[in-house]
Design a protein around this ligand. Structure first.
Ligand SMILES: [Zn+2]
Length: 72
């Protein structure tokens, strides 16, 4: 069962959830949770300019899996 917690741990390594916003741990850029567009990091962030990331959608997917697994 512990395997189901791993995606959230990995997500947590990169992002911080702060109220209705989520923040990149590296650069502090933030995005509203309801914003479904690709995350934009600040210039100078190691993740800036890389492959588009959708942390809100990822979190939603993780939550959905948890609910389906009966963890909530
Ligand atoms: Zn960043």
């Amino acid at each position: 069962m512990s395997v189901t917690y791993l995606p959230l741990k990995a997500w947590n390594k990169q992002w911080i959830l702060e109220g209705p916003r989520l923040l990149c741990r590296r650069c502090g850029a933030s995005q509203d949770l309801t914003d479904g567009s690709a995350f934009s990091h600040k210039r100078g962030c190691p993740l800036w300019g890389r492959q588009a990331q959708y942390p809100c959608a990822e979190l939603a997917e993780i939550m959905k899996q948890k609910i389906q697994a009966g963890l909530f």
